[in-house]
Ligand binder design. Structure first.
Ligand SMILES: [Zn+2]
Ligand SMILES: [Zn+2]
Length: 501
């Protein structure tokens, strides 16, 4: 096949006059074409004789299969585009099949018809010294893509982002220049990750999400500085009491986010971490897997120790982000010791509709060195079910004496961020708001406070069709303006901003 059939007719029938883009030099046009989806870049071949072959030199491929009924055409097109490609080096090779599952959720979306071509396309990219590869897929049937042998030896790779792929039983990796590796939605046994890490000595950034099967992760490379875990796939793990030990003495940035279900992630050695984000939630087995609640209080004992241990292991970090679930567990620490945290910049990522004021206060009490406090209103976590044991300690009354026993000796800046992604209409007139309580408490006890800034996004809320976040922020600022402050020079600022920070 010399020309991909659907465009043959169009090329003969369409002609365009010279325009400002056509006056650009080839190299610049090529740069623009390399930013486009490959289908669009190819379509420019119909514009004129000059454009006819230009697309063949693009060095980035963004290929998305959108419609299962067009699979045959899609395969023909990608085969054609790669066969005609004249570039010697592919910078980006991006294969995206996520759209298919939206239309064909009950069917195998990447079926045998596609699996072979995917493997061949990846091999072609490897031959062309590809640097950055993204392979995205998504489905309900848990179909995964076998990585072709050639990709294991692709030593030109710099970033690799794999979703739902299977590593061969026998594989040897040679990714000597790989800097970033993202592994999403796949089974990761301990021996697989050992083999992967031993094959990428230059790796700086490792992100693992929607994973299962991993119980031990040891990273000794001094190059690897960033480690991120997001979402554990509890459903697929065969272990009844899953745990993951992390030994990574050289990493500097650690993040654990989203739903970890019943996975007990233990930080054995993370002694070099300077910034940490613990924005995850866990459930006891009675909730996560619907098991009997007979062992539930014992399990919460383990979770409580785990949470305490995290703060011990991360007490020397300078920047710390803590999520709502974490502050909920801290509600049990009113009379229990927590280590003194050295952190200077603390971010509380709180579910603003419902968070527990006391949990946040207990953490603040352990953080006397904090100079900047960010309170972000998040909507990222689902309101997961809670067992009777959790509801018990969350409902506990707290003594007011606890609040008078500490202050904020170093706190200079507070920023409260509200997002337009959530509707705050119901909170505008709410006088018993935990954020208001927390803000008042900070103003009353922060002796060197300089600025208390409330930032809301400009956009109109899609749910209530008004600027509810701005109105909520304004009301909060008004209420705080009238409350007593221990720093007489502090100012309260209310502003609209485009970004969260
Ligand atoms: Zn429980
Ligand atoms: Zn709203």
């Amino acid at each position: 096949m010399d020309l991909w059939p659907p465009l043959l007719k169009k090329r003969r029938s369409k002609r365009v006059k010279n325009d400002s883009i056509s006056e650009l030099p080839d190299a610049l046009i090529l740069q623009i074409l390399s930013l486009l989806p490959t289908k669009d870049a190819f379509t420019t071949s119909i514009l004129s004789k000059r454009w006819q072959y230009l697309w063949r030199s693009v060095y980035s491929f963004f290929i998305q299969c959108e419609d299962k009924s067009q699979t045959k055409n899609f395969i023909s097109f990608v085969n054609y585009a790669l066969d005609k490609s004249t570039c010697s080096k592919i910078i980006n090779f991006h294969l995206d099949f996520t759209h298919l599952s939206k239309y064909e959720s009950q069917l195998k979306f990447v079926d045998d018809e596609l699996l072979f071509p995917i493997s061949r396309w990846l091999s072609t990219a490897v031959k062309k010294n590809v640097e950055n590869v993204v392979l995205l897929s998504d489905s309900y049937d848990y179909e995964s893509i076998d990585l072709p042998d050639t990709i294991y030896k692709c030593s030109t790779l710099i970033t690799l982002d794999l979703t739902r792929c299977t590593f061969n039983d026998e594989f040897f990796i040679d990714w000597k220049f790989l800097k970033t590796l993202k592994l999403n939605d796949l089974k990761l046994q301990d021996d697989i990750i050992v083999k992967i890490l031993s094959g990428c000595p230059a790796l700086e950034n490792l992100e693992i999400s929607e994973f299962y099967g991993l119980s031990h992760l040891e990273i000794n490379s001094s190059n690897l500085k960033r480690l991120k875990f997001e979402d554990y796939s509890s459903y697929y793990d065969e272990f009844d009491h899953p745990s993951l030990d992390i030994i990574a003495p050289n990493i500097q940035h650690l993040e654990i986010s989203e739903d970890m279900y019943d996975l007990k992630c233990r930080l054995i050695n993370v002694s070099s971490v300077v910034t940490a984000k613990l924005n995850f939630q866990m459930s006891c087995t009675s909730i996560a897997k619907g098991a009997s609640s007979a062992t539930c209080p014992d399990e919460h004992q383990v979770i409580r120790k785990l949470v305490q241990d995290y703060l011990h292991k991360l007490k020397n970090t300078t920047e710390l982000t803590i999520g709502t679930w974490y502050t909920e567990v801290l509600m049990q620490f009113e009379e229990m010791p927590l280590p003194e945290l050295k952190c200077k910049c603390l971010t509380l990522d709180l579910r603003i509709i419902k968070f527990y004021f006391y949990g946040a206060i207990i953490l603040l009490k352990a953080s006397p060195h904090v100079e900047s406090l960010n309170i972000t209103m998040t909507t990222t976590l689902m309101d997961h079910g809670r067992c009777a044991f959790e509801l018990g300690y969350l409902a506990k009354e707290h003594d007011i004496y606890f609040l008078s026993s500490f202050g904020f000796p170093n706190l200079k800046n507070v920023k409260v961020f509200s997002s337009s992604k959530m509707c705050l209409k119901g909170n505008i007139e709410w006088d018993n708001d935990d954020l208001l309580k927390l803000s008042e408490f900070i103003l009353m006890n922060a002796t060197v406070l300089e600025k208390f800034t409330i930032i809301s996004k400009r956009k109109t809320c899609k749910i209530c069709s008004m600027k509810c976040a701005s109105r909520y922020s304004l009301r909060l600022a008004e209420k705080l303006a009238g409350c007593s402050r221990s720093s007489t020079t502090s100012v309260i600022i209310c502003q609209e901003g485009a970004s969260r920070y």
